[in-house]
Design a protein around this ligand. Structure first.
Ligand code: UT7
Length: 326
């Protein structure tokens, strides 16, 4: 029996920061509205010519350093993104080539904001099945390229960024039992496709399209479905919220995080919130928040961390991981 340990992490944010006040110069909004309704103060936006693969590679390189590994140690790359460089080939193959890796497999995963949790589950299952030894799992987005900058109900909400983690195979012995990916829980319900979508695509319109959202409906589903999947995760392990060191929620709206935290009875001090600085970076939000919190020393190797995310589809999920090597 095999299992995966989470042995490294890294993040990257584009240099350019756009504040709410700057956005308010070109769209009918205010800093006050954005802060009150979302908790967002600013977002990072990729430079012209800076692509999702560039963000992904920068985060991956940091993850390799933190794990003490070489790129050649990696035999699987799973890249969660809704904003690939090109329609094909997979952006993961560009990351693979740039890192100089010529063995193993590399592919993209499309589960929008839930993409990192989905990719973590996929990589964990590859490792458990004996099909990979060390996996680079990346969430990377230049999500702002999908925005309609005239639509104030969406354009203020998102940002660009990347986060990466490394999973490493080990044996599922008693010594390793408490560590690594303990479980992942994935869900989709395509009946809700039309409350959050992009109005274009290679098959439907031959264009890229822009984000459209019924924010109130997404908000309602988010609070309920995320609470349920967290409950499902804790029940699987017969754990209570007090047993969790940290919740790293998807960073979509401060009010969703606060609602969820109150519903679960989780102290706010153990909930990571980076939305004020990053806005919603879609698939990057969870690994980005993890890597930043570990770099600041808030989250440490050995901590028990619960990840969750929800996005277009609807697709959502959670993962329970004890970080580091035993
Ligand atoms: O990753 C998963 C994807 N996304 C999410 O999880 C997002 C979920 N939804 C949300 O975060 C919230 O629903 C929003 C932040 C999108 C919207 O907040 P809300 O409290 O649900 O506002 P609302 O849509 O009910 O709009 C309230 C008012 C409206 O004006 P009226 O009709 O009351 O006159 C909007 O037109 O706020 C107006 N409004 C704005 N005003 C200033 C909407 N966007 C803005 C804006 N600036 N940017």
């Amino acid at each position: 029996m095999r299992k995966s340990l989470l042995v490294g992490q890294g993040a990257y944010l584009p240099e350019r920061i756009v504040t709410n006040a700057e956005l308010a110069k070109s769209v009918d909004t205010t800093d006050d509205w954005i802060v009150q309704r979302t908790g967002i103060y600013q977002r990072h936006i990729a430079a012209d010519g800076e692509l999702t693969s560039d963000l992904a590679i920068a985060a991956a390189e940091k993850a390799l350093v933190s794990a003490g590994l070489e790129a050649s140690d990696i035999d699987l790359i799973v890249l969660a993104t809704t904003t690939p460089d090109d329609t094909f080939p997979a952006t993961a193959t560009k990351v693979q080539a740039t890192l100089g890796i010529t063995h193993g497999a590399a592919f993209d995963v499309q589960a929008v904001c839930a993409g990192f949790v989905y990719s973590l589950a996929i990589a964990d299952n590859f490792i458990k099945a004996g099909q990979a030894q060390r996996a680079l799992v990346i969430g990377a987005e230049t999500f702002t390229r999908l925005l309609d900058w005239q639509d104030r109900t969406t354009c203020v909400l998102f940002g660009d960024g990347a986060g990466a983690v490394i999973l490493e195979a080990t044996d599922a012995s008693d010594a390793n039992a408490a560590y690594g990916v303990l479980s992942t829980h994935l869900h989709s319900d395509g009946r809700f496709r039309d409350i959050l979508f992009v109005d274009g695509g290679p098959s439907a319109t031959k264009t890229v399209g822009q984000v459209r959202m019924n924010g109130k409906e997404v908000f309602r589903h988010a609070v309920g479905k995320l609470a349920n999947v967290i409950d499902e995760t804790l029940t699987t392990h017969a754990l209570g919220v007090d047993d969790i060191d940290w919740l790293i929620p998807h960073q979509a709206n401060r009010r969703i995080i606060d609602n969820l935290t109150a519903k679960l009875g989780l102290p706010v001090e153990r909930v990571v919130c980076a939305i004020e600085r990053h806005a919603n970076t879609s698939a990057a939000s969870v690994p980005l928040a993890l890597a930043e919190s570990m770099a600041s020393g808030d989250i440490k190797s050995g901590d028990l961390v619960l990840f969750e995310a929800i996005g277009g589809g609807l697709s959502w999920g959670a993962g329970l991981v004890r970080l580091g090597r035993p």
